[in-house]
Ligand binder design. Structure first.
Ligand code: GLN
Ligand code: ZN
Length: 754
């Protein structure tokens, strides 16, 4: 029974790669030094995998920035603006970041989310005249490097169809599939070179199979793999992130030597594909979750797999569901976690050990070691059940329709709110955060390390909050915010104060390039033991008569940006979070906070891969938001914020959230995205962003007036607000103040015109 791995996190258990990259970019490390550190990381990671009994080690999972970019470079797909001679490491960095220690800066390539993960890849740019030729030797060099260390390796790279699918076209419009014959030639060369290095298996990742595919793309799979069949290596076709059962007959007919299935997201696929497996094919069962942090239920898995192990013998391989790229590296570093929580976790290294334990359970089920593993799993489940918070479960079970509804419909609420707030036409506001200066971060570090007493920390942050309020008053904004100086991160800040949510010290996961996130762990029933934001909101409101928005992170966003327990439906956990936020809304309202914003920037990210599953997600996601907001009285104004600009297919759900005001990112799309709000006759109020906060440029009054005029062509003026695209925490006061001054001036100018 072969054990293999689809990919190991490259960032390093102490984020060594992150720090080496950033030093190199700053000129503090030479390229040979960076290369040496990277080689050392690969050596360590392969050794860990070999030590865990993995038979086939992945190569190609390492990348200096992004594995899709490495493949693009390998195939010679580099935008002409970044070429500047032969491809070298700095070429890759120019594509990724727009600049590198050497060469001329040029606009970075587009980066976007990789399927339904929080990983971001660099979008390959293909022109109609695109040539493909092997142009970057990294993959081959790394195969040789691993072999020299004595390892048996399996190169892992994106398959040709998913590569094409992820790419975008530049220049004159054309059908990407026209490039397939040429691209296949390049893949054949690649595979031949691997064969020359003595490679037996190559894994081609085709996660695009989890999507619904148009007929020409389905046909492309048949064509591509019929062509690649001639390659002198065995191909393992890997799918993951979702079920591929809807393409079962297509996939089962492909002439590949093996199939890998994600049996964590879609266990029901197994019998389907086994029934159609050809005698010479292997089936790789992806049973250990590559995208979560929880220890596997190995005893239950072994029960499910046992008949298949019997039937397939050594043609059954065991693997994680997908690359471990999405998992933190090593639980052994977490010395400060509560033992009950730690015993429920498995990071990348521990997941490999789980594979070996699963193998033992299948091959020697009655051995003492196997029995001990099974007993541990049962005990863990029992402990977990005993730790349940029955009060929380009862509260969710008792929810009824009224809990998800505001008292009155929006038109009545609007009348009451207008009478209460007496805001001018086109009211101005901001999204929440103001510059997180080095001084603020330093304060926080000193407080966390115990150098600064809590009371002193609070006093200093109050000073900053007061300053932020004063600056907003001077700018003449209509609805203020407290500035979020006390928050490190919009999810972590709440997670730290909620029951049932835990934190690691080193549980970092790569988001893109050198950027990592450390998601909270939602491990138990979630509740709010005490107010989380109340003191800050009250303090800020005490400084002014203008309304200061209470600022909360919504349940869907907290859920989506965390590692979430798997023994309850996500819907239930969303309601638990919704109730916790609802309690906060109730307290804020009670204390006289009249406008409350519940941010949901991750709302769209939660959409399932296949559109047929969207309704179900949207149903409970909308409900969770409404649950958090519906305790607000009619004259308490609920805002929400979403920082993306794609609402075409979700406008109905957005409207169903029924926020009194929604602020969205629009400045870069010339307000065209309001078309869908117009067509839908979106009834509530909208603040389309007029200030692109991702850019250091200061928008002019004229630019913002023009944008709002565009907006007013689509949405009745009395429904419109004037605000930036998103929070201002990454900007400096030097940029923020003149920009907001112009924004307020633009609103005044518009009021004069209208
Ligand atoms: N209120 C948050 C802020 O302003 C919203 C952040 C976000 O949308 N990502 O920073
Ligand atoms: Zn935002």
């Amino acid at each position: 029974m072969t054990l293999h791995n689809l990919g190991f996190p490259r960032i390093g258990r102490r984020r060594e790669l992150k720090f080496a990259l950033e030093q190199y970019w700053r000129g503090e490390l030479t390229q040979p030094q960076l290369l040496a550190q990277a080689a050392e990381l690969r050596r360590t990671h392969w050794q860990w995998q070999a030590d865990a009994g993995i038979d086939l080690l992945p190569v190609g999972d390492f990348a200096y920035y992004d594995q899709v970019l490495t493949l693009s470079a390998t195939l010679g797909v580099i935008p002409p603006r970044h070429q500047q001679g032969a491809i070298d490491l700095d070429t890759l960095f120019r594509v990724a970041r727009g600049r590198a220690p050497s060469g001329q800066p040029a606009a970075a390539a587009e980066m976007t989310k990789y399927f339904n993960t929080n990983y971001h890849y660099l979008v390959p740019e293909l022109s109609s005249e695109q040539q493909f030729s092997i142009s970057w030797p990294q993959l081959f060099d790394e195969v040789k490097e691993a072999q020299a260390l004595g390892h048996r390796v399996k190169p892992v790279l994106l398959g040709p169809i998913t590569f094409l699918h992820l790419a975008k076209t530049v220049g004159n419009a054309f059908d990407k599939l026209q490039l397939l014959p040429q691209l296949l030639q390049a893949y054949q060369q690649l595979l031949a070179q691997f064969a020359e290095l003595g490679v037996e298996w190559v894994q081609l990742d085709e996660p695009a199979l989890a999507l619904a595919l148009a007929p020409d793309w389905q046909q492309a799979y048949a064509t591509a793999y019929a062509t690649l069949q001639a390659a002198p290596v065995k191909l393992l076709l890997a799918s993951y992130y979702g079920s591929v059962a809807h393409h079962q007959s297509l996939i089962s007919a492909l002439p590949v030597a093996g199939l890998h299935l994600d049996l964590v997201t879609a266990p029901e696929q197994l019998p389907l594909f086994v029934a159609a497996l050809r005698d010479e094919q292997v089936l790789s069962a992806g049973v250990i979750n590559g995208r979560n942090v929880w220890a596997a239920e190995l005893d239950l898995l072994a029960q499910t797999l046992a008949p298949y192990a019997q039937q397939l013998g050594e043609r059954l391989w065991l693997a994680p569901s997908c690359s471990l790229l999405h998992s933190p590296v090593d639980l052994a570093l977490e010395t400060e976690l509560a033992p009950e929580l730690k015993s429920r976790l498995a990071f990348a290294r521990q997941k490999l050990a789980e594979l070996q334990q699963l193998q033992l359970l299948l091959q020697h089920p009655t051995s003492a070691d196997a029995l001990a593993i099974a007993t541990r799993c049962q005990q863990r489940r029992a402990q977990q059940a005993a730790a349940a918070d029955i009060k929380v479960a009862a509260r969710v079970a008792a929810l009824n329709d009224a809990d998800f509804k505001r008292h009155s419909e929006f038109p009545q609420r609007q009348v009451q709110q207008q009478a209460k707030f007496r805001l001018p036409l086109l009211p101005t506001t901001t999204i929440g955060s103001f510059p997180q200066t080095a001084a603020i971060r330093q304060l926080r570090n000193r407080w966390r390390s115990g150098e600064l007493a809590a009371a002193e920390y609070t006093r200093l942050l109050q000073q900053i909050t007061r300053d932020t309020i004063e600056r907003q008053l001077k700018l003449g904004l209509d609805v203020l915010v407290h500035g979020e100086a006390e928050r490190n991160d919009m999810v972590e800040y709440f997670g730290e104060q909620l029951n049932g949510v835990g934190f690691t010290r080193f549980g970092w996961v790569q988001s893109y390039g050198s950027r990592c996130v450390k998601p909270p762990l939602i491990y138990g029933d979630v509740s709010r033991p005490q107010p989380m934001t109340l003191a800050w909101a009250e303090y800020a409101q005490s400084l002014t008569d203008k309304p200061v928005k209470g600022m909360l992170t919504g349940p869907v966003t907290i859920l989506h940006w965390s590692f979430v327990r798997e023994d309850l439906p996500r819907e239930t956990i969303a309601y638990q979070l919704g109730l916790a936020i609802r309690d906060e809304v109730a307290d804020l309202q009670q204390a006289g906070i009249t406008i409350i914003q519940i941010d949901e920037p991750a709302f769209r990210e939660g959409l399932p891969l296949q559109q047929c599953d969207w309704q179900e997600y949207l149903r409970w996601a909308v409900a969770a938001f409404r649950l958090s907001a519906s305790v607000a009285k009619d004259d308490t104004q609920i805002h929400t914020h979403m920082c993306y600009s794609e609402f075409n297919d979700t406008i109905e759900a957005i409207a169903a959230m029924d926020a009194d005001v929604i602020t969205i990112e629009t400045s870069r799309s010339h307000m065209e995205l309001l078309d869908v709000f117009e067509a839908f006759e979106y009834p509530n109020e909208i603040g389309p962003g007029v200030y692109d906060i991702h850019s250091p440029n200061i928008p002019t009054v004229a630019e913002m007036v023009a944008l709002m005029q565009q907006a007013a062509k689509r949405i009745p003026v009395r429904q419109l607000w004037v605000n930036p695209d998103c929070g201002l925490k990454t900007r400096s006061w030097d940029e923020v103040e003149p920009a907001l001054q112009n924004m307020v001036a633009a609103a005044r100018e518009l009021r004069r015109q209208l």
